[in-house]
Ligand binder design. Structure first.
Ligand code: ADP
Length: 222
């Protein structure tokens, strides 16, 4: 099964991706995390992506598509996977369709986390991330057990540069202009809209309800 988590920046995709991946044992692939890893490793690709990412724009389709194709050709993805933050353009969605059919994988199932813009801006300023394991916290709703450090590995939490309000507004604009239209591409796919302006556990309950129904009668990704 190929799952696609879709929604605006800050809608909670990363948190739900982690919960889904841990519960259903599917590899979770975030192109944003992959790009940040390249950046951290100081690769050419990372250097190229950096200026685009800190400005709130999108890295070019060719780069992201190639990165994604490489990742899903690894053995852990043979049975299926979860995509978080990809596809973000219609061209990426078309590329993914072709890639899935070439690999003999089923069409993606779309889970759309819908959150009003006002709520997103409020959330962003309180978002923190572990630079080591990428786990996401929110100081208001999901604070770490010990202030300022990751529950899983004790690393000091950071605020991502692209979570600054001005950059965040630019990311929202990019989403509205370039990414939201991707939804129309999926009109003939299995598509579920989930209200994302609720607590992560409430959202996850909705997600599991959908996934249990979807998996009924299909081969479970193990
Ligand atoms: P969020 O989900 O909070 O918006 P991500 O971690 O998914 O953030 O992405 C961070 C940045 O990485 C994006 O703003 C964009 O510049 C780049 N990026 C991530 N995924 C893609 C993609 N599929 N296509 C183009 N750029 C991407």
């Amino acid at each position: 099964m190929v799952l696609l988590l879709f929604g605006p920046p800050g809608c909670g995709k990363g948190t739900q991706a982690r919960l889904i991946s841990n519960t259903y044992h599917v590899p979770s692939i975030s192109t944003g995390e992959m790009l940040r890893a390249e950046l951290k490793a100081g690769t050419e690709l990372g250097k190229m992506a950096q200026s685009i990412m800190v400005g709130g724009g999108l890295v070019s389709d060719d780069i992201v598509n190639e990165m994604l194709a490489g990742r899903i050709s690894r053995p852990d993805c043979a049975e299926g996977f979860l995509l978080d933050g990809y596809p973000r353009t219609v061209e990426q969605a078309e590329y993914l369709d072709a890639l899935l059919s070439k690999r003999g994988l089923p069409n993606a199932i779309v889970l759309h986390l819908d959150v009003p813009e006002d709520a997103l801006i409020g959330r962003m300023t309180s978002r923190r991330q572990c630079p080591k394991c990428s786990r996401i916290y929110n100081l208001l709703h999901q604070p770490p057990k010990n202030a300022g450090v990751c529950d899983d590995d004790g690393t000091a939490l950071i605020t991502r540069k692209d979570d600054r309000e001005d950059v965040f507004r630019e990311r929202l604009r990019t989403y509205d202009e370039v990414t939201r239209p991707v939804l129309a591409h999926y009109h003939d796919h299995e598509y579920y809209q989930i209200r994302g302006d609720r607590s992560p556990s409430y959202i996850f309950e909705a997600v599991t309800g959908i996934l249990e129904k979807v998996m009924n009668g299909r081969t479970l990704v193990n």
